[in-house]
Design a protein. Sequence first.
Lengths: 203, 203
Amino acid sequence: MARWEPDAAGRLAEAAMQLYRERGFDRTTVADIAARAGLTERTFFRYFADKREVLFSGAGTLQEFLVDQVASAPASTPPIDVVAGALAETGQLFEQRRDFARHRHALIVAHAELHERELIKLAALATAIGEALRRRGVPAPAASLAAEAGMTIFKRAFEAWVEDGKKRDLGHHVRAAHAELEGVVVGTRRPRAPAGRARRGSR
Amino acid sequence: MARWEPDAAGRLAEAAMQLYRERGFDRTTVADIAARAGLTERTFFRYFADKREVLFSGAGTLQEFLVDQVASAPASTPPIDVVAGALAETGQLFEQRRDFARHRHALIVAHAELHERELIKLAALATAIGEALRRRGVPAPAASLAAEAGMTIFKRAFEAWVEDGKKRDLGHHVRAAHAELEGVVVGTRRPRAPAGRARRGSR
């Protein structure tokens, strides 16, 4: 699924990324991208609405993959674990593309218009995941909250993954981010054990 | 702070909301809004960049308020409680404006271009809150995660608040949404007590 193919869309995306890095996003035109890929502008517009969209061509595949994963998780799995499990599995979509993902991430951070589109895509993803959870029978507020929490986990995991010098896979970072979010959201609100009971190191 | 004043910006916002409800967002022009408010288009553009922005005029005040609240929370308060506490306090900004907020929310849900702008404003708010937490000494990943979790809480609380037939205040809904998120993110992952120990009702 979503394996890298030397197809027109893939060649255009690669050409675009090369040019964005060489001369910057703002100074690259659709004509430049098409020429670098050895294709026509007309072909470019068959695949992408504009030069931003090149960086989001995987969004549809990602959404389909996640919705499938959510739908096929065992019925007894709690919603947040369904979502985190699905996100961890996306490692197989991204593993061959860590360099592309790193460069893409740097562009998105640096350009407000790309960041905006990223936000919109992530919101659409959260909606799709929330709907997939509701089809599993998860009630509406919990489904949305689990989907939104999943996006928070995913953003954090993705950032850590693209920056990881040790090249651990995305699944590792999803699990770590889930644990981090857990610690942040509730760690400090857990009722404290009464003094003198079950405290590590006492006795 | 942010009390409703019969000033130009406020009159324009009220006029815009009336017109959006009467004839729809798409069929309302800036000229219509200015005329309804008894002001000129020129005045409109002194306050707002376009007819979408009218619905987001409170974003700056909200951000300033939240950053202030975060900065002034006791040093010992855990980050998520700092954020949730700040969000609960926004009730005082919104209490007089529940009808406006409800109509505004309905418009945002119905119009992709408004929803996009809402996402951008919320992301900016999350960034500002994350930075305010870092200034308190919260390390970077935890600060961002607490801020993002805060936005999830806020969106959920706001929705519940605008729909609440019992008119409970926003602070109530922030606390409820925080508890809901807590239950979703970690409730089911808590290590289960070993069988026969500390189980309610045994003995």
